[in-house]
Design a protein around this ligand. Structure first.
Ligand code: COA
Length: 434
């Protein structure tokens, strides 16, 4: 993998490639593609000086079915967990970021806004909102000590960040306490100095101090060893803007007006009883979701507190809708998406791309295709430019039909200190990380 800030084909903000309507033709012979294929083929052979020392599935063990599933290393007694933080290079110091503080939250927001994930062509960069960060980092039972920053000692400027939040993740029949690790970011000027491994070791230490020994995380780069590799798909809601900013291109033999017509959606959801989720729906939604997620090999083990936090609508952060049967008043179906805008870098006319990301969707009575079409309709009404979805869970059943086009990046899912014997199919994964 490359130690730069732009994971190969950064999946989260990639242009709409290869969709029927607006294919960005894949020119396999371009130098860029040849280089990328070469790098991809090399990444398995590549040395990972840090990751080779960690309890993660190693490339050399891929295909060795004699190795047992489950923890790679047993927990150590808590008294043996290192009590002091790891050493940073001397100009830097650790800080715990209090996300309740407006000032600290602003600093984190600005670090990420200027230095977090970009697409391959450096046209877009994630712009997680402050409200989103507070939501993502303060779920039930969260630990402040897992919101870790690095400051320059002299200026006190925040230059790096990594976080964990606690989660119960089910792997087959086993519910495992884990940390979900996210928002790893090193300021652009401090890249390639091996700060990331120190930050990963420090968050791991703080997770161990809470007697938790496993973690889940995603990355756009190939590391030892993905449990599965997903693809993002993109559904244009505002095709003109997406084309204007270079997110997608006009397909061959397509005019702008034909493209706009192709992606046009009805004004109102079609499903009778389709409405926003409310607090009183938490028990019913928890039941629906638990039942649905039980079919996947890896998924969160949500209880009512988790559902209230993660899925009850929060303005400009997470949207959830459900279908209440007009006859029985049973809650039969559920869909949700989160709000993650990206900055558009260097465009005269637009600075923000408003993207919705498919989260958890459950259909029992309404066909999933119809439910997701209703989700697209409400997202369009809320002025999102694009609706993104991974090919996880049952999503493949609606992507093509609802005019999503495949992105060109990949998102790799990983577990720390937990071995899965064989890689999963994306449809066996029931976990969406933010
Ligand atoms: C990701 C980032 C923090 C890595 O920092 P860096 O300065 O490029 O790399 P460093 O020299 O500190 O460390 C390199 C090590 O970190 C690992 N690493 C790089 N990106 C990683 C990631 N996303 N997750 C886990 N490990 C990662 C590398 O594999 C390497 O270890 P190895 O030798 O075992 O392969 C930095 O590039 C960045 O902030 N990028 C933009 C934001 C981003 O992509 N964040 C990750 C989102 S998943």
């Amino acid at each position: 993998m490359t130690d730069n800030n732009s994971p190969p084909g950064s999946p989260k903000v990639n242009p709409d490639h290869n969709s029927e309507a607006n294919p960005l033709p894949k020119d396999d012979s371009s130098l860029e593609n040849i280089v990328r294929r070469f790098q991809d083929s090399m990444s398995l052979a590549k040395k990972h000086k840090f990751w080779e020392t960690q309890p993660v599935g190693q490339f050399k063990d891929v295909g060795d079915t004699s190795l047992p599933e489950g923890p790679i290393e047993p927990p150590t007694p808590l008294s043996e967990v290192k009590q002091e933080p790891y050493n940073l290079p001397s100009p830097y110091e650790w800080t715990t970021c209090d996300m309740d503080s407006e000032e600290t939250c602003n600093e984190v927001y600005n670090l990420l806004k200027n230095n977090y994930v970009e697409d391959d062509e450096n046209m877009f960069r994630f712009n997680y909102s402050k409200e989103f960060l507070r939501w993502a980092l303060r779920p039930p039972g969260y630990y402040k000590s897992w919101h870790i920053g690095v400051r320059a000692k002299t200026s006190k400027k925040l230059v790096a960040f990594i976080t964990g939040v606690p989660a119960r993740i089910r792997v087959r029949d086993e519910v495992v306490k884990m940390a979900e690790i996210n928002f790893l970011c090193v300021h652009k000027k401090l890249r390639s100095k091996r700060l990331a491994p120190v930050m990963i070791k420090e968050v791991t230490r703080r997770v161990h101090l809470e007697n938790i020994w496993q973690a889940a995380y995603t990355a756009g780069v190939v590391l030892p060893t993905p449990i599965t590799t997903c693809q993002y798909w993109h559904r244009s809601l505002n095709p003109k803007k997406l084309i204007d900013v270079g997110f997608s291109r006009l397909g061959p033999r397509m005019t702008m007006s034909r493209t706009i017509k192709l992606y046009k959606l009805p004004d109102q959801p079609a499903t009778p009883g389709f409405r926003k989720m409310e607090l009183r729906d938490v028990p019913a939604v928890t039941g629906l979701l638990r039942n649905y997620l039980s079919q996947f090999v890896v998924s969160p083990d949500f209880d009512e507190n988790d559902v209230e936090h993660w899925l009850l609508p929060t303005e400009d952060v997470v949207d959830s809708y459900l279908v209440e049967s007009p006859k029985t008043h049973d809650i039969t179906d559920f869909c949700s998406f989160y709000t993650l805008p990206s900055s558009i870098l260097g465009n005269q006319n637009y600075s923000i791309l408003k993207a919705a990301y498919s989260y958890y969707n459950v259909s029992t009575k309404t066909p999933l295709l119809q439910l997701m079409n209703d989700a697209l309709i409400v997202a369009k009404k809320k002025d999102f430019d694009v609706f993104n979805a991974l090919d996880v869970m049952r999503n493949e059943s609606f992507l093509k039909e609802l005019k999503f086009g495949p992105g060109d990046g990949q998102l790799h899912y990983y577990l720390y200190n937990y071995r899965i014997r064989n890689a999963l199919r994306t449809s066996e994964l029931g976990l969406v990380l933010l």
